[in-house]
Write a protein that binds this ligand. Structure first.
Ligand code: NDP
Length: 344
């Protein structure tokens, strides 16, 4: 295994993008935050690069104009740009790429993604004479902006798929700095497009489902034991205690933060986790791990990507049905009622 490469603010030189025009394509979650951050970086560093927006003509277009940006149809923005930040949803990207972006990918241009998805699954195959890079914030769009404004920064993955210019890594680092990722000396870790895709999707398709299933089970067993549903929900996530615990895990580490809990809690958490990991009690760790491995296999062999492309093509029917099912489940209905009552 090769050594992991870390980069910090000191490793980045913005002059590599001097004189360049960056087009942010898609003024959504990531697009808006990244565009605002780039504009502030230009102001704060007296940078001589430029940011423009490419979007379809709808309310996001208007929002970008109101935020003071020059906004163009996607194709026009890509024509004007030296660096194209493709920040539209992964399942939409191939079609937009084919119709609006591809024809403008002339020699020397840079195509930058925030997710490895379209390249990993070969939905997009850019010409060989352009740089293809990834700058993937490990944060949602809202936090990308908030972390910039607070000066905290946010970690990102960076990757290079094609290095036509011989400068692709340096350009990726400069984009990461321009979007505010290296503020507060926040870290950039170099991965491959395929690694970013697998790790990201596996968090969503294995980790999140296991957590959500455990959440539902805990709620149901609490309620079956006569605990008021509202109290059960407060104990679960509505008090925000777990959110604080996760924050401390990120800051101190999973085990190092444990002493901040009562000793009863520390003992309960460690003994029961140990039993699962030692396969002494069901669901055995080997069963949990097998679930994770199965999802990894389906991601790697393209099964999930085909499933998701079909879902997009058929109007997100399953996604809509599942939203309806979960929103109408007893636990979520009670959760929404409880939230209203908590606000007084
Ligand atoms: P959003 O759904 O917020 O962005 C949507 C943008 O894409 C909007 O500007 C929207 O324009 C545009 N868009 C949607 N459909 C079309 C279409 N058919 N034609 C042209 N434009 C379209 O996406 P995110 O910001 O969440 O994600 C963008 C990228 O960032 C993805 O690759 C994602 O994987 C990655 N990423 C996202 C993170 C997150 O937390 N959200 C975290 C890290 C990476 P309009 O609404 O005006 O139609």
């Amino acid at each position: 295994m090769t050594e992991t490469k870390f980069y910090y603010d000191k490793d980045v030189d913005l002059s590599i993008i001097s004189g360049k025009t960056i087009a942010v394509i898609g003024y959504g979650n990531q697009g808006r935050s990244q565009a605002l951050n780039i504009r502030d970086t230009i102001r704060d560093t007296k940078g001589d690069f430029k940011v423009i927006i490419g979007n379809i003509k709808d309310e996001y277009w208007e929002r970008a104009r109101k935020d003071g940006f020059d906004v163009y149809p996607i194709s026009e923005a890509c024509k004007m740009a030296d660096i194209i930040l493709s920040l539209i949803p992964d399942e939409i990207m191939p079609e937009v790429y084919e119709k609006e972006i591809e024809q403008h990918l002339k020699k020397g241009k840079v195509l930058c993604f925030a997710s490895g998805y379209s390249i990993t699954f070969h939905f997009i195959e850019p010409p060989k004479n352009v740089d293809v890079i990834l700058v993937g914030p490990r944060m949602g769009g809202k936090e990308v902006r908030e972390s910039y404004v607070s000066g905290k920064g946010f970690p990102s993955f960076i990757a290079v798929k094609q290095d036509a210019s011989g400068k692709a890594l340096k350009i990726a680092l400069a984009i990461a700095k321009a979007i505010g990722s290296t503020k507060g000396n926040s870290v950039l870790i170099e991965v491959t497009f395929e690694q970013e895709t697998l790790s990201d999707l596996l968090s969503e398709q294995a980790l999140a489902p296991l957590i959500m299933a455990a959440w539902v089970a805990k709620y149901e067993v609490d309620v079956e034991n006569g605990i008021p549903p509202e109290a059960a929900l407060l104990e679960l996530h509505l008090s925000g205690e777990w959110a604080e615990d996760f924050k401390r895990m990120a800051e101190m580490g999973i085990i190092k933060q444990l002493p901040l809990h009562s000793r009863t809690s520390q003992y309960g958490q460690l003994t029961r986790t140990n039993r699962l990991l030692n396969n002494e009690e069901e669901p055995y760790y080997k069963q949990i791990k097998a679930f994770v491995q199965r999802q990894a296999e389906k991601i790697k062999n393209g099964e999930f990507a085909r499933e998701w492309a079909l879902e997009e093509a058929t109007g997100y029917v399953t996604l809509k049905k599942l939203y309806e099912k979960f929103e109408n489940s007893p636990m979520i209905k009670k959760e929404q009622e409880t939230l209203k009552r908590l606000r007084g």
